[in-house]
Design a protein around this ligand. Structure first.
Ligand code: ZN
Length: 71
C-alpha cells in the first residue's frame, strides 16, 4: 500500500498584533511579524487532512477549531 507524504502547513500567529498566516512551505515562514515586526510569533503545524478554522473576536479572544475533514 502506498502512503502519501503529508506535508503539514505551518500556521503562524503574532502574539502582539494578532497577525496570522498559513504557510504551505515552512521554509518560507518568517521569524518576525511582517505587520508589527514583533518576534513573539507562535507557530504550529496544520496537517493537510485536518480542517482548521481560526477566528478572533475582541470579546471572546482567539478561537481555534481543529477537526478531521470528512472524506
Ligand atoms: Zn504582529
Amino acid at each position: 500500500m502506498e502512503k502519501a507524504v503529508l506535508q503539514p502547513s505551518i500556521f503562524v500567529l503574532c502574539d502582539s498584533c494578532r497577525w496570522c498566516a498559513t504557510y504551505t512551505d515552512k521554509s518560507r515562514a518568517r521569524d518576525r511579524c511582517p505587520s508589527c515586526s514583533s518576534s513573539a510569533l507562535s507557530s504550529f503545524p496544520v496537517m493537510p487532512d485536518e480542517s482548521f478554522t481560526f477566528s478572533y473576536d475582541e470579546k471572546r479572544g482567539i478561537e481555534m477549531d481543529f477537526g478531521r475533514r470528512r472524506r
